[in-house]
Ligand binder design. Structure first.
Ligand code: GLV
Length: 309
C-alpha cells in the first residue's frame, strides 16, 4: 500500500483520489500533517507550512501540485535528500497562455477604454493599433513560456523570449542571460513574465527595465509577485511609461486590502488563478512520479535545488 501524504490549499483529497484511482496500485491519501501522515511514502503538496515533513520517517519524495517551488526553497525544513518534483502540465501551460493572451489582447484592442465608454453610454472610436506588429516579450521560456511565445507568434506578433540559457523556438527571437535583458526589453509593447522566482529574477521588472520598454507598454505578471518592483511599477504607471498591468501574483498573497493595486485604474488584479491545478490532466505525471520514487528511479521534472527551480 502506497501512502500519500497530502497538503493542499485549493484542491482536496477526494479529487486526487479519483484522478489517481486507475493509475496506481493500492494506495491511500492521508493528511500529511496528521499522525498517519508521518508514515507517508510520498507527499503531494501545495504551499505546506514549515516543518510539514519533520514527522515523516520514510518519505521517498515530494510532488508539488503546481510548478513554482520558491516557497519550498525558502523553507530549510523541507528535506533536501529526497527528490522534489514540480508539475509540468500541458493543460496548465495552455491555461496560462490563454490568460496572458486574454490580457495582452484586451490591452492591445483597448478593452478597458470601451468598457468604460459603455458604462458611460459613450459611442466613440479610438484609433485601432495595428493587428500585426505588436512587440511581445516573454520572460521565461521553459515549458510554459514556450507555449505562450509560440501562441503570440501565431497571432502575428513580433515575439521575443528571454531565458537563463540560449534556446531555439521557431518564430521567436531568443535572448539569454542578464547581459541580453536590455536588448530583449528594448521597445517591447507587451511583456509577460512566467519566470520562476530566484535571486536572479527578483525585481527583474524594475525602473530600469520599464524604461527600456516602449512608452505606454503593458506588463503581465503570471510568474511570481517579487519579480515586479511594486514601487517602480506604480511610478511608471504614474508617469505613463507603463500603460497598464495585469497581475496574477503578488509579493504578499492574498493582496493586502490597502494595497494601491486594488483600486488603480490601470491595474487588473487577478487572485492567482491564471493556471489552476488540474488534478485530471496532471494525474498521469503525478502517478508516474510516485511510482518512480517508490521504485527508487529518477522522476521527471525533478527540481534542482542549486538552480532554484
Ligand atoms: C502556481 O503559481 C504554480 O506555481 O503552479
Amino acid at each position: 500500500m502506497i501512502r500519500i501524504g497530502f497538503y493542499g490549499t485549493a484542491s482536496d483529497i477526494a479529487v486526487w483520489e479519483a484522478s489517481l484511482a486507475n493509475r496506481l496500485p493500492d494506495f491511500e491519501i492521508v493528511e500529511l500533517l496528521s499522525e498517519a501522515g508521518g508514515d507517508s511514502d510520498v507527499a503531494l503538496v501545495w504551499a505546506p507550512p514549515r516543518d510539514a515533513f519533520s514527522h515523516c520517517t520514510k518519505l521517498r519524495g515530494i510532488i508539488m501540485q503546481g510548478q513554482g517551488v520558491d516557497h519550498m526553497m525558502r523553507d530549510e525544513t523541507v528535506p533536501r535528500a529526497v527528490p522534489l518534483v514540480r508539475l509540468v502540465d500541458p493543460d496548465m501551460a495552455s491555461a496560462l497562455s490563454h490568460w496572458a493572451i486574454l490580457n495582452a489582447l484586451d490591452f492591445w484592442r483597448d478593452g478597458a477604454v470601451y468598457r468604460d465608454q459603455q458604462n458611460r453610454g459613450v459611442w466613440q472610436h479610438v484609433p485601432q493599433r495595428p493587428a500585426t506588429g505588436a512587440k511581445v516579450g516573454v520572460l521565461g521560456i521553459g515549458a510554459i513560456g514556450t507555449v505562450i511565445a509560440r501562441r503570440f507568434a501565431a497571432l502575428g506578433f513580433e515575439t521575443r523570449g528571454y531565458a537563463r540559457t540560449m534556446k531555439q523556438i521557431d518564430g521567436v527571437e531568443v535572448f539569454a542571460g542578464a547581459d541580453q535583458l536590455a536588448d530583449f526589453a528594448s521597445g517591447l509593447d507587451i511583456v509577460v513574465s512566467v519566470l520562476p522566482l530566484t535571486p536572479d529574477t527578483t525585481a527583474i521588472m524594475n525602473a530600469g527595465f520599464f524604461a527600456q520598454l516602449a512608452e505606454g507598454a503593458f506588463v503581465i505578471n503570471g510568474g511570481r509577485g517579487p519579480q515586479v518592483h511594486d514601487e517602480d511599477l506604480l511610478a511608471a504607471l504614474q508617469s505613463g511609461q507603463i500603460g497598464g498591468a495585469a497581475l496574477d501574483v503578488f509579493a504578499v498573497e492574498p493582496l493586502p486590502q490597502d494595497h494601491p493595486y486594488w483600486t488603480h485604474p490601470k491595474v487588473r488584479v487577478w487572485p492567482h488563478v491564471a493556471a489552476q491545478t488540474n488534478a485530471t490532466s496532471a494525474a498521469d505525471q503525478v502517478a508516474a512520479a510516485i511510482l518512480a520514487m517508490i521504485n527508487g528511479q529518477e522522476p521527471a521534472n525533478r527540481v534542482d535545488w542549486s538552480r532554484g527551480y
